[in-house]
Write a protein that binds this ligand. Structure first.
Ligand code: GOI
Length: 491
């Protein structure tokens, strides 16, 4: 008998040492699972009751840059169908739901002079239904939909926007903070500033590269820090929740092991993730040194009288440093990075400031989104990089997901999730402190410039039907089984 026990034990050891495909891996009990959405992408009701106009209303209504010439006027109609949304969350068995608040729905004029009772009532009802269903609500304050009249005043390029963001945050903490204990100040400030201020692929599409994105980031970092301090000093003592921001980051893999390519990959990470993470999560605070040096140098060469990258005062550096209860991460994909062969242009430009080239490996499987390749091991490397560079913070993964086009039998999405969940498990075994995993997204929704042509949902939404019916895709059943068993199969 003892002999057979020994054999069984040896087999078990062999299986775990060899990492056999199909082996069952159990997630730690400390990891919670959820799904995410964002207000403009799902709500519709763009002018319901007294809701004010925001920059995405303006952008979609007055330009023809959205691929299928669509907009978020109706989207998934969640403004009228949040009870169905909560049903879906219950079907999936999620621990929490991450959604965002539409600023101009609760403050129609952007300022806190006037609150919309209907706007507040909508989120009240959603939050109450979630709690009833034993699903933890978590709120993103800013997922890209600035009130248009605040944009008319310069938006995030105007440093005074800090105080108007604080007014909005205060209204939200007051109204919902008794029931909501996880707050995300900003979703992906990189996208807001690079694509909306430096570039033209997100609202307000200013396209003033090399200047505007640095102003935007400067304001957002101060606004984030001020919201953190407000929560920390006034609301945490009575509401006892947690607050941070969520940064998008791919993994930058050096294209070759040459010192130049390794340097390029590191610089790329510092200019993209470090731009926001270093001021908040590093011991020293402030922008990364390589960023300060390069933008100052190039600005000088280009004839500017000062660096295009604004400077923080020592007081501001100290005020921003440490303003987090967790590291919020949105991760989708990986790129190869190399040192460019041609160098330097005379005109101010963010990409010239970075001075790197990114491209995918042709062997990586693609998705419906040109930028999104399936590279699970990059997720593991990125989590470890954050762990090492920012002192082992508690990491909350607030977005991770895959796009396809029009398909309910979404086997590619299932293999994406299974690959990335395995990489997550590897990173946890490496010692990364990950407490939250969030799939993007609960359902197909308005995918910004791509309109409804790229679908990220676990639930399929029929956008041709005025009732916007939702049906579970194969991946919804896969995710449900992961949540029920708290296990995955090694791939
Ligand atoms: C989330 O952001 C977001 O929070 C959700 O709301 C959203 O629904 C979800 O993701 C799904 O998208 C300008 C090929 C500069 C290579 C324009 C093509 C750089 C590189 C456009 C196209 C990467 C996800 C672009 C966060 C993709 C970075 C999404 C941030 C670089 C570009 C490109 C571009 C491209 N994104 N991402 N990139």
């Amino acid at each position: 008998m003892a002999f057979f026990k020994l054999i069984a034990l040896l087999c078990l050891l062999a299986v775990s040492a060899l990492n056999v495909k199909g082996e069952v891996r159990k997630f730690p009990d400390t990891l919670s699972f959820g799904v995410a959405t964002a207000a403009y992408q799902i709500e519709g009701g763009w002018n319901a009751s007294d809701k004010g106009e925001n920059i995405w209303d303006r952008f979609t209504h007055t330009t023809d840059t959205i691929k299928d010439r669509s907009n978020g006027d109706v989207a998934c109609d969640s403004y009228n169908q949040h009870k169905r949304d909560v049903e879906m969350l219950k079907e999936l068995g999620v621990d929490f739901y991450r959604f965002s608040i539409s600023w101009s729905r609760i403050l129609p004029e952007g300022f806190s002079n006037r609150l919309s009772q209907d706007g507040i009532a909508y989120y009240d009802s959603l939050i109450n239904d979630l709690i009833q269903a034993n699903i933890t609500p978590s709120i993103t304050l800013y997922h890209w939909d600035l009130p248009q009249n605040l944009q008319d005043l310069g938006g995030w390029a105007n440093p005074l926007m800090v105080d108007y963001f604080i007014d909005f945050a205060e209204v939200a903490f007051e109204a919902f903070g008794d029931r909501v204990k996880t707050w995300i100040t900003f979703n992906e400030p990189w996208v807001v500033c690079i694509e909306g201020y430096g570039g033209v692929t997100k609202a307000p599409a200013l396209g003033i590269s090399g200047i505007a994105e640095y102003m935007c980031a400067h304001t957002i970092l101060k606004a984030h820090a001020k919201a953190y301090h407000l929560y920390d000093e006034v609301y945490r003592p009575i509401q006892n929740g947690r607050i941070g921001m969520s940064l998008n980051a791919g993994w930058d893999e050096p294209a070759t092991q040459s010192p130049a390519d390794i340097e390029a990959a590191q610089r790329n990470t510092q200019f993209n993730l470090g731009w926001y993470a270093h001021p908040v999560f590093s011991r020293e605070g402030d922008y990364p040194q390589v960023m300060k040096d390069r933008v100052a140098q190039k600005s000088l060469e280009q004839g500017y009288s000062r660096s295009r990258l604004p400077e923080f005062t020592p007081e501001e550096i100290a005020y921003i440093r440490g303003t987090y209860d967790f590291f919020g991460l949105n991760h989708y994909t990986t790129t190869l990075v190399r040192m460019p062969t041609m160098r330097s242009i005379a005109k101010a430009n963010f990409w010239d400031d970075v001075g790197t080239e990114g491209f995918p490996d042709p062997s990586w499987p693609g998705s419906a989104s040109s930028w999104l390749k399936v590279v699970p091991w990059g997720f593991r490397k990125l989590l470890n990089w954050i762990n090492e560079n920012y002192n082992n913070p508690e990491i909350m993964v607030f977005e991770n997901g895959f796009s396809d086009r029009d398909n309910k039998d979404d086997v590619d999405r299932i293999s994406y999730y299974n690959g990335y969940l395995n990489a997550l498990m590897d990173a946890i075994e490496d010692g990364c402190n990950v407490s939250i995993y969030t799939a993007w997204s609960l359902m197909d929704n308005f995918e910004w410039l791509e309109g409804y042509t790229e679908r990220f949902g676990l639930y399929y939404v029929d956008f041709n039907d005025p009732r916007r019916p939702r049906t579970p895709k194969a991946s919804a059943l896969y995710y449900k089984s992961v949540l029920d068993s708290r296990t995955i199969e090694r791939d």
